[in-house]
Design a protein around this ligand. Structure first.
Ligand code: GDP
Length: 201
């Protein structure tokens, strides 16, 4: 997949502002500071198109980027940013659930988990919504460079077990480039797949 163009389209505060066209969407979700903006920027070969979730106000927004004029990368609100007030901390939940419920164009949600952290209740809630709304998910562990190889393999198994995943999550690192090619290939595959569950509404 060659990235020919990548442009910011909109920051949505609710479903009314989601793009209305039917281009497929690849969404990214994970806890604040998991490395989501770094990973999306690495995938798109852009330095700072996607802003970190430490950016004020960003925990409440769903950000859409149009890639190659063909599909959207959707940056979902990072959840659980500790320094945000509680009302803001909780704003991610209806935003993400609303997006999963109202976006039939989603081809896959890439769920990011920090390799050094145990999944928490918010990660579990996301996994449960994905199952509930029948949205395909692909699991990625970030910051794999922070661990030795055998330690990383152990964390990979533990996280898969904690979340009840069928497949091993992909190890990635924007520092070493590990897993980036594989993740791009996965996204390209999902875009080429004929959507099975997209209705004509
Ligand atoms: P976001 O809040 O999920 O968008 O996370 P960011 O992309 O802003 O990353 C949070 C912090 O983790 C930053 O200090 C990044 O430099 C760091 N980071 C992100 N990805 C990696 C990685 O693969 N390896 C290492 N060592 N640090 C990373």
């Amino acid at each position: 997949m060659k990235i020919l163009s990548a442009e910011f389209v909109t920051s949505a505060v609710g479903p009314k502002q989601f793009p209305a066209d039917r281009r497929p969407q690849i969404a990214f979700a994970g806890r604040s500071n998991v490395g989501k903006s770094s990973l999306i920027n690495a995938l798109l070969n852009r330095k700072s198109l996607v802003k970190t979730s430490a950016t004020p106000g960003k925990t409440q927004l769903v950000n859409f980027f149009l890639i190659n004029n063909e599909f959207y990368c959707v940056d979902l609100p990072g959840y659980g940013y500790a320094r945000a007030p509680r009302s803001v901390v909780d704003a991610w939940a209806p935003m993400i659930e609303g997006y999963l419920r109202d976006s039939p164009q989603i081809r896959v949600v890439v769920v990011l988990l920090d390799i050094r952290r145990e999944p928490d209740a918010r990660d579990e809630r996301l996994v449960a919504w994905l199952a509930h709304y029948g949205v395909p998910a692909f699991y990625v562990l970030t910051k794999a460079d922070k661990m030795k190889r055998n330690e990383a393999a152990r964390a990979q198994r533990a996280i898969a077990k904690a979340l009840g995943l069928d497949a091993s999550p992909l190890l990635t690192s924007v520092k070493t480039g590990q897993g980036i090619v594989e993740l791009k290939a996965e996204i390209a595959n999902r875009l080429n797949e004929r959507p099975g569950n997209i209705t004509s509404s």
